[in-house]
Design a protein around this ligand. Structure first.
Ligand code: DMJ
Length: 461
């Protein structure tokens, strides 16, 4: 253990930074442009925030899924803990060099976590948080116990895909394999490939790769004649049950994974699916009629815009566009994201960009806006994005910090709080804020692919 912790800096940062993949290389800002040392938020402040969040978890929610930061208690998603916060937060600890915290989390995970349980789990959430977290933990730390846990979890998730179409139902019982909720959506069907594909490569079991790829391919096949997908689909019949298309929650990371699966695996089918998808998105969902570039809601068959809503989840798109090399469009969209953030002091879950009024006022400590600032900063070298992301971190720090950790906001206007600290705050929000602030610690985006929960995956095969 000590040997591993002593070598965390080199074992973690060096391999992540130097590995190069040969598909879709992206240009990154010059080191000189990146390393000015003028980050408005210091990396140390972000580390302090992480330590504070973890300290609250440790004190009041140890061994549970998540901290309840107002009542100082714990929350378990499924009535029993799957250690969401420790697994989600572990690789951030390694990246930040928090060796004591990493040792505590690892000990808890390797001694307490097991998946032989009579519990129904949401395939998407458990894949991006636990499977993704265990795989990055294995790649960064090298302990085979992480991979064994990932393999066991992967096997228990596979029954979800045994449907008429190969697209998975939303929930599966980890012990019996029984499924439920078989009307799903593009995000839950199409955001599995990075994790299942990596698991296949690391275990040598191709079933994982093929199963996740079939699911996303079946989904893509059902796009409309103009190339858009709908909001919900019955995975048993393959029929759309909601035909509204958008880039928000429920569809968002489907697009993210088409691009990233091509980048991580060099899979040309994924490249083709990404290319044939992003064109229609830019053509029909992009809306320039309201003082900037936004992406709205349209009917999947006609492409006619029906709703001018956007929100915190939509803010992932500048990152993905920038990663694809479309930094001009990404920059324009990022200006809108920043406008959404600064108009209200903190971004709301959903707003109407035609009127700049709030539709859903909550802010559950989401990462996407800071994540996009990070990608744009790395890929353009423009200091503006570093300051933008730093100001966002600062606003969250002021509004959400409690004595016991960090609390989601029920309302960004009143700053009323909610008794929740989602695990993605440690996995994603603080990780991207840290990477944005830390001089020279920027990971090479040609070598590392972050899953949608910000777990860095490396092409070691
Ligand atoms: C995370 O679990 C992932 O980023 C997912 O893609 C969307 N929702 C949360 C963060 O907002």
């Amino acid at each position: 253990m000590n040997r591993i912790l002593r070598t965390i800096r080199t074992a973690v940062l060096a391999p992540l930074a130097v590995m190069a993949v040969h598909v879709g290389a992206v240009a990154q800002g010059t080191p000189a442009a990146r390393d000015t040392g003028r980050a408005e938020v210091s990396a140390e402040r972000v580390r302090d925030a992480f330590r504070h969040a973890w300290g609250g978890y440790k004190r009041y929610a140890w061994g549970h899924d998540e901290l309840r930061p107002l009542t100082r208690g714990a929350k378990d998603w499924y009535g029993q803990s799957l250690l969401m916060t420790p697994v989600d937060g572990y690789d951030t600890m390694l990246l930040m060099g928090l060796t004591t915290e990493a040792a505590e989390a690892k000990e808890l995970i390797v001694t307490q976590l097991g998946f032989d349980r009579d519990v129904e789990v949401q395939v998407f959430e458990v894949t991006i948080r636990l499977l993704g977290g265990l795989l990055s933990a294995y790649q960064m730390d090298g302990d085979p116990r992480f991979l064994r846990l990932a393999d066991d979890l992967g096997k228990r998730l596979l029954p979800a895909f045994r449907t008429e179409t190969g697209m998975p139902c939303r929930f599966v019982n980890l012990r019996s394999g029984a499924v439920r909720d078989c009307v799903s959506n593009p995000a839950e069907i199409g955001t599995l490939m990075l994790e299942f594909g990596t698991l296949a490569r690391l275990t040598g079991n191709p079933v994982y790769y093929d199963t996740a790829k079939r699911a996303v391919t079946e989904l893509f096949r059902r796009r409309s004649a103009i190339g858009l997908v709908g909001g919900d689909i019955d995975v048993r019949t393959g029929r759309w049950t909601t035909t509204v298309s958008h880039t928000s929650g429920g569809i968002d990371s489907y697009y993210e994974y088409l691009l990233k699966s091509w980048r991580l695996f060099g899979d040309e089918d994924m490249r083709r699916m990404w290319r044939e998808s992003i064109g229609p998105v830019n053509r029909y969902l992009a809306d320039e009629g309201h003082g900037g570039l936004w992406y709205g809601y349209a009917e999947m068959e006609t492409g006619v815009l029906t709703k001018t809503h956007s929100g915190a989840l939509d803010a992932f798109l500048p990152a993905v566009l920038a990663l694809d090399g479309d930094t001009a469009r990404a920059a324009r969209l990022m200006t809108s994201v920043n406008r959404m953030w600064t108009t209200f002091g903190i971004e709301p879950e959903e707003m109407d960009y035609a009127t700049m009024t709030i539709v859903y006022p909550g802010y559950p400590l989401r990462p996407e806006a800071i994540e996009s600032a990070y990608y744009l900063y790395v890929l353009t070298g423009d200091e503006r994005y570093r300051r933008m992301g730093g100001a966002m971190f600062d606003a969250v720090e002021r509004a959400a910090r409690t004595d016991a950790g960090y609390a989601s906001l029920a309302n960004v206007t009143t700053r009323e709080r909610r008794d929740e600290m989602p695990s993605f705050y440690l996995a994603e929000t603080l990780k991207y804020a840290y990477l944005l602030a830390a001089p020279r610690s920027t990971l090479d985006l040609n070598a590392v692919v972050f899953n949608t929960e910000a777990h860095p995956l490396r092409k070691t095969w």
